[in-house]
Write a protein that binds this ligand. Structure first.
Ligand code: ASP
Ligand code: MG
Length: 450
């Protein structure tokens, strides 16, 4: 029988410095099945790169930001037993980074932004592979762009699953026979070989895609928390880690704000039935959450998530009553500007929908052009300072008392919009950002503490 393959992904905080990378290396070495290691950029690096890409900075300001990046990378390099094994390569990447940061067209060209954005992962994979070798593991650094084929939507590229499978069989499968392959999360390349990225947090997605391509049986996501929690532990101390979750629940949680997983991660896992583990690289002995197709227990309420920085757009036309195709025209404009809509409600003459507007996205999501174009066909209003709170669970449509319990708990709060999900796994509310924390606390108390 063929050996079971595990793909292990380590997030930014897990590769932030030499000591924590050593924890990761031990985790890799302790599991014979781990053949592919996917790494994020060291914590903080991608945010620095985003600020270089998106803000018009003076030459001195660029120097300052690049210096901050250099310091983080050099600290790791200088602790290596044999830094000269990789220092030339690291210096070359930093030079390339510096040149891109000073490119005149950087702020206007998404292809250049992605080149720059890839640097964090490229540096950390170099260093993580070196630390694995230092600890006696036959590790090689592998350029993800050889196999992670995507379309050319720079900053939010869409992977080509078929091509990734074929290329991985040709180029990656032979390498994992004798080595542990360390590669970059988040980074890909289009058909012309130009560097692309999968969107913020995309390294988890890379890990799941490579696990799918290699027919792996497991995919581990190592981060700084011991699994997925009933809600964000920063909101309430009573949040507790979940031993298991279904693919659908995990996908729903990730979409609606659980930061531990990139929302698309579950797609490959679901297609290929790959069990996904989430745990802490600092405390691997504490266990974590297993995400699988079938759980032993399918409760009505599994978790509560909060998604911040939401924008609620309402488009209104008195003509909607008569005009067929209004919705189509609205959504065509939204699709053209590549915005993704999360929640929608409609009435006779208006449609409201939420859009994500995170401060750290590589490209501004909601932009003036979209609104200007929408206002040519209808009245547009925009509300900000909103969060979406979502209760995730099972059979929420049919289980008796589900909604009454939820609504009774939060009857004192103003709910701007309510969406009973189009699937059976979620019930969402759009609420003011000031109230969202309290709403999560009250819901958590009622649904999980009583
Ligand atoms: N480094 C990228 C980010 O910070 C990708 C990732 O860590 O998953 O968004
Ligand atoms: Mg992440």
């Amino acid at each position: 029988m063929q050996q079971a393959i595990n793909v292990a992904k380590f997030g930014g905080t897990s590769v932030a410095n030499y000591d924590v990378i050593k924890n990761c290396a031990s985790i890799v070495i302790n599991n014979q099945n781990t053949k592919v290691v996917v790494v994020s950029a060291a914590a903080g690096i991608t945010n620095h790169l985003v600020s270089l890409a998106n803000t018009a900075l003076t030459s001195e300001q660029i120097t300052e930001v690049v210096e901050k990046i250099r310091i983080i990378e050099f600290k790791i390099l200088n602790e290596l037993k044999q830094p000269n094994e990789v220092d030339d390569k690291l210096f070359a990447l930093l030079d390339e980074l510096d040149a891109l940061a000073r490119h005149e067209e950087l702020n206007f060209r998404d292809d250049l932004k992605d080149d720059l954005m890839s640097m964090g992962e490229r540096m950390s994979s170099l260093l993580v592979a070196a630390i694995l070798r230092e600890m006696g593991c036959a590790a090689i650094n592998f350029d993800a762009r050889k196999v992670m084929r995507t379309d050319s939507t720079f900053t939010e590229a869409v992977p080509n699953v078929r091509a990734i499978r074929d290329l991985s069989e040709q180029l990656l499968a032979p390498e994992i026979k004798d080595s542990v392959v360390v590669t970059q999360g988040f980074v890909g390349a289009d058909d012309d070989g130009r560097t692309t990225t999968l969107g913020r947090g995309g390294s988890d997605f890379t890990a799941a895609l490579l696990a799918e391509a290699l027919n792996a049986s497991t995919c581990e996501i190592w981060t700084d928390v011991i699994g997925v929690y009933t809600t964000d532990p920063r909101i309430t101390d009573n949040a507790r880690p979940l031993p298991e979750l279904s693919f659908e629940e995990a996908a729903e949680m990730a979409t609606f704000g659980a930061k531990v997983l990139h929302p698309a991660t579950m797609e490959p896992a679901l297609r290929q039935n790959i069990n996904v583990f989430v745990g802490s690289s600092k405390e691997p002995e504490k266990g974590g959450t297993w995400i699988r197709r079938n759980c032993d227990y399918e409760p009505s309420f599994r978790a509560i998530t909060r998604r911040r920085e939401q924008v609620l757009v309402t488009v209104k036309t008195p003509k909607m009553m008569y005009a067929q195709g209004f919705l189509e025209r609205v959504f065509k404009i939204i699709a053209k500007h590549k915005l993704s809509v999360d929640l929608v409600t409609t009435s006779e003459i208006a449609v409201s929908f939420t859009l994500d507007n995170p401060a750290n996205s590589i490209s501004e999501r909601i932009n003036k052009e979209t609104l200007t174009e929408l206002s040519t066909i209808c009245e547009v209003s925009v509300e900000r300072h909103l969060d979406v709170v979502t209760v995730v669970g099972n059979n929420m449509h049919s289980a008796a008392g589900v909604s009454s319990k939820v609504f009774a708990a939060i009857s004192d709060f103003n709910l701007r919009m309510i969406c009973f999900g189009a699937n059976v796994h979620n019930l969402s509310f759009v609420v003011s950002e000031k109230a969202s924390g309290d709403i999560v606390k009250v819901l958590h108390k009622t649904l999980f503490e009583e």
